[in-house]
Write a protein that binds this ligand. Structure first.
Ligand SMILES: [Zn+2]
Ligand SMILES: [Zn+2]
Length: 398
């Protein structure tokens, strides 16, 4: 989970009728009375926002507005209405009830994915808005499969399941203003449907059912990331949020052999020309259109030695930006592999700079590859969670 603060461009919620509104209020507040049937509503294809999609029933019954779907059907955004081929005039909204194995969605450069539960589809400005409502535990099994896909240890998957469940419930109102709980991108947690749910992830979710990380009885903000690089970072050095006593910097095992040192991509190195860096900096409005970057330096660092503030020297002035902004800006423009973390050194040449770094992701909270390393050494999932979120407890959610 990268929590990369990409702001998805999100359509307005449709007007809800009263019964739906009541259910939604319950959904969006993670209604405690319905804990066993707690559901989440997720926005699908939030980043790609397709204009058309083909729906294909996988196996079992799929209904569109109470009409049974036997063969693939094309759904298209027609301005602010939704057209279904063969269903007559475009509609304000459509509802898809999936009773069987699922329904495949595919279209316009959007990955083919299998979904369950219900889909509420509307359109805005020629783009589809697809909201998927499913039981929380099914959602977590999919998220754990997508977010921890490269791990292999059962206890690491259990720790990931508890962290993802806690993160979901803590951030259940992330998108409440636009009518859903979570988006399907790394802004919230990666959710790619049900075609690739791993048995090890499903077993971990079942084993830890309803378990969450709490601090003094309240849900913890269970951030996690791929590879810390040897030491996690205190949240206050990464985001301007209120300090959390359990989101402090922890050593990820011995300094000479961190738990996450088993991860592929633990060390990374990127060379970037000053010209390319200038292009990125202009596109992100870090510098003015006529300015050119001559040098880049790191002004200060956090507890884990991650960069906190970066300074660019142009011909005429110095510009400071947060290292978190730098990391996201480069990621958006040059891909997330170029600068994988803010834990790096900068070496300046005449025409380019070299960044040598460790880790992948923001570095706050649980290190996923560290969890894998701890599990390989025999630690149990509760030990793993308490290591990365010190002072917390694992409790049953209400
Ligand atoms: Zn989101
Ligand atoms: Zn680590």
């Amino acid at each position: 989970m990268k929590t990369n603060f990409l702001k998805p461009d999100i359509a307005r919620p449709r007007t809800l009728s009263l019964p739906i509104l009541l259910i939604s209020a319950c959904l969006l507040a993670a209604c405690p009375l319905a804990a066993k049937e707690r559901k989440v509503r997720i926005s699908l294809y939030t980043v790609t926002r397709p204009a058309a999609m083909t729906l294909t029933p996988a196996q079992g019954n799929v209904f569109i507005n109470d009409r049974i779907l036997k063969t693939p059907v094309l759904i298209e955004a027609k301005a602010s209405r939704v057209g279904i081929k063969g269903f007559g005039a475009p509609l304000k909204s459509i509802r898809v009830d999936i009773l069987g194995k699922g329904v495949w969605l595919e279209g316009d450069a959007s990955h083919k994915r299998l979904y369950r539960g219900t889909l509420d589809i509307t359109a805005e400005k020629g783009r589809l808005k697809i909201l998927n409502t499913i039981p929380l535990e099914e959602y977590i099994a999919s998220v754990v499969s997508a977010e921890a896909g490269d791990l292999s240890q059962t206890e690491a998957f259990k720790a990931q399941a508890v962290a993802a469940r806690t993160y979901t419930l803590k951030h259940i109102n992330n998108h409440v203003k636009t009518g859903y709980n979570m988006c399907d991108s790394t802004h919230c947690q990666l959710f790619t449907g049900f075609a690739a749910v791993k048995p090890i992830a499903q077993a971990a979710v079942d084993f830890t059912r309803d378990e969450v990380v709490t601090y003094h009885g309240n849900l913890a903000a269970a951030f996690y990331h791929s590879i810390c690089g040897g030491r996690t970072e205190a949240m206050i050095y990464v985001w301007p949020f209120e300090h959390k006593p359990y989101l402090v910097s922890v050593m990820d095992g011995p300094a000479n052999k961190p738990y996450c040192s088993i991860a592929p991509g633990f060390n990374w190195k990127t060379r970037i020309s000053l010209k390319a860096l200038t292009g990125i900096a202009r596109s992100q409005n870090w510098i003015l259109p006529g300015e050119e970057i001559r040098r880049m330096t790191i002004l200060d660092r956090g507890v884990s030695k991650r960069a906190v503030t970066i300074e660019f020297a142009t011909g005429s002035r110095r510009v400071k930006i947060s290292a978190t902004n730098f990391y996201h800006g480069v990621g958006r423009r040059a891909g997330w592999n170029a600068v994988r973390s803010t834990l790096f050194q900068v070496y300046s040449g005449k025409d380019d700079i070299i960044m040598e770094g460790k880790g992948n992701g923001h570095g706050v909270g649980m290190c996923q590859w560290g969890a894998e390393g701890m599990a390989r050494l025999g630690f149990k999932y509760r030990d793993i969670l308490l290591h990365y979120y010190p002072g917390t407890e694992v409790s049953l959610s209400e």
